[in-house]
Design a protein around this ligand. Structure first.
Ligand SMILES: Nc1ncnc2c1ncn2[C@@H]1O[C@H](COP(=O)(O)OP(=O)(O)OP(=O)(O)O)[C@@H](O)[C@H]1O
Ligand SMILES: [Mg+2]
Length: 233
């Protein structure tokens, strides 16, 4: 479903991603773990076309995604829920969600809205409330909901658990698993490696913009080096 081959991402002189190759198969949950600055968000931004790549290729099937502008990548069924949520504070929950459905026809938009509110009933209760007045966890639900509005095949989530209380982390991860059971493919970036490896089929460990380890999530969770660096021993 998604193939990165030797991808490089630069910000001026800074080489954030150095020759990363990875795959995400249809129906999988794949996790990228790595320390701050490892290049995780840069990879997601490259896939969604927010930032250009400076080498390599990103493909979905026959389609070379890195040659397309961001809005065309959304139309290919790839949606990005960014780091830090980026909820529109002054817009209501409904308006925030509708922003995510901009590529859809009106009827389809209404249908997607019902599905998102079914997944996150908390958002339905707060549908007319400004996004900025939601709790952190509710804002995360809203950010995920907005990313789901375009009806993606592949959802990329950047640190969905960041700053959330344990119970809310569980709620968010349960929603991710429910979506995956429904057929959605997920590329997850997480600092909460224990949770992420628990729900993923495979994972990649990034250091300084390079993949240093990859494999089945259960194998990585048992790897002593991974345990020391990312799972607290
Ligand atoms: N807009 C930018 N301009 C310049 N450098 C950037 C920019 N965005 C990221 N970088 C640099 O690229 C590198 C990788 O950043 P990136 O955000 O991809 O890391 P990350 O793995 O997502 O880290 P974190 O866990 O802190 O979110 C870092 O060294 C960062 O300073
Ligand atoms: Mg990041």
């Amino acid at each position: 479903m998604l193939n990165l081959d030797g991808v490089h991402v630069c910000y001026g002189q800074v080489q954030a991603v150095r020759g990363v190759s990875l795959t995400v198969g249809a129906g999988e949950i794949v996790t990228l773990i790595g320390a701050n600055g490892a290049g995780k968000s840069s990879i997601l931004k490259a896939v969604s076309g927010i930032h250009p790549i400076s080498g390599g290729s990103i493909a979905s099937g026959e389609i070379q995604l890195h040659t397309l502008p961001a809005h065309r990548i959304v139309r290919q069924g790839i949606s990005h829920c960014p780091e830090g949520r980026r909820v529109f504070y002054d817009l209501t929950v409904r308006e925030n969600l509708m922003m995510g459905g901009f590529v859809l026809a009106k009827a389809e938009c209404a249908e997607r809205l019902e599905q998102v509110l079914g997944l996150f009933p908390r958002l339905a209760e707060r549908i007319g409330q400004p996004g900025g007045t939601l709790s952190g966890g509710e804002q995360q639900m809203l950010a995920i909901g907005r990313a789901l509005m375009c009806g993606p095949k592949l959802l990329m989530l950047d640190e969905p658990s960041l700053g959330l209380a344990p119970l809310m982390v569980e709620t968010i991860f349960e929603a991710i698993m429910e979506l995956n059971r429904g057929g959605l493919t997920v590329l997850l970036v997480e600092q909460n490696a224990a949770f992420a490896l628990g729900v993923s089929s495979r994972a990649y460990v990034l250091e300084n913009g390079q993949v240093v380890l990859s494999g089945r999530a259960s194998d990585l969770a048992a790897d002593p080096a991974v345990r020391r660096a990312y799972l607290g021993g």
